[in-house]
Design a protein around this ligand. Sequence first.
Ligand code: PLP
Length: 391
Amino acid sequence: GPEPIAAFARMGEENAFAVLARATQLAAQGRDILNLGIGQPDFQTPPHVVEAAVKALRDGHHGYTPANGLLPTREAVCRRVHTMTGVAISPETVMITPGGKPAMYAAISMLGEPGAEILYPDPGFPIYRSMIDFTGARAVPVPLREDNAFAFSAEETLSLITADTRLLIINSPSNPTGAVTPRIEIEKLLAGLENHPHVVVLSDEIYDVMTYDGTEHTSLLAFPEIRDRLIVLNGWSKTWAMTGWRLGWSIWPPHLYEAMRKLAVNSWSCVNAPAQWAGIAAIDGPQDHVHDMLAAFDRRRQLVTDLANRIDNVTCVRPNGAFYAFPNIKATGWFAKDLSRAVLEKAGVALIGGPDFGDFGEGYLRISCASSDVAIRDAFERIDEFLATEQ
Ligand code: PLP
């Protein structure tokens, strides 16, 4: 039959879904699989949030909502932003979307076209690159280097900007490295961006609450000088363990907000109403589930780092954010793709190769801490044994 337009051949994927599918398949065959590949919290949505959705359904919230989201949900986002950053924003700037991802899709597709350049983090969330390629814009990687603890370097980022740059994507805390870019570097970046007023910034802050060791997340919302060309992506997926609910928010400058709202009208219409009511309960309700989850991630990221560093020829920077670690395996002599495939097939440990997050991810693995401490210990024992016997 007829093929889709050529742009679809340029569109990529998230290999994490393929690894998960293969791990599930092996488990169904009876293999004992330990999964350190997961990109979602291994926690349940807090019960009071579930109850709020059930109540919304019982109360008859069954219809369409405005395309940009229910006003009470957008107002709850304003309260959340104020709690997290101290900044007052208007609900007129807030878009509610099915997960945080559509904000990425929207920002890249409204600014990307042939001839344009878009800067994206490498290693970084794979959909940035995929969507840039889809639009025909040139995808320009901003390398996040281990010798800079995988943080953004303002100097290197600014050096990549040209007259054709339309969008700069930044992400802190980072998937896949767990790095948190320090405030001083963000300040330097924003100072430099004053010389490039044609560049819009998309700040993916979906892991904002997940920082450890007293590390502070710096929201770009805290800098009024960039607000008229700043998009901030965030949402409920990670913080309240709600990935399957598909509920996210983003904050837009007025001239782009209208394009975003139109895109919603032309595609998903709105997020399902009960999820939007549940989102309010998540923001306004008790946060003890969030704190328990963060305590577990904190403990496990230390465990993962310690166990990784104990393996011959493997070193691992201790991540300060999100729930991932990004060990360096260069000295093992393995390509990351081969190693990740081999440890899944032969040792029964699912994890993601660094190259699935960009070219600068070669020589690294992404380990998710969204697995029990016992599973993490067993998995590292298997990886250690595999490396000791296979080389
Ligand atoms: N941004 C980053 C950096 C992510 O890691 C993810 C999910 O893995 C998302 C955005 C998308 O989140 P959502 O499930 O809310 O669409």
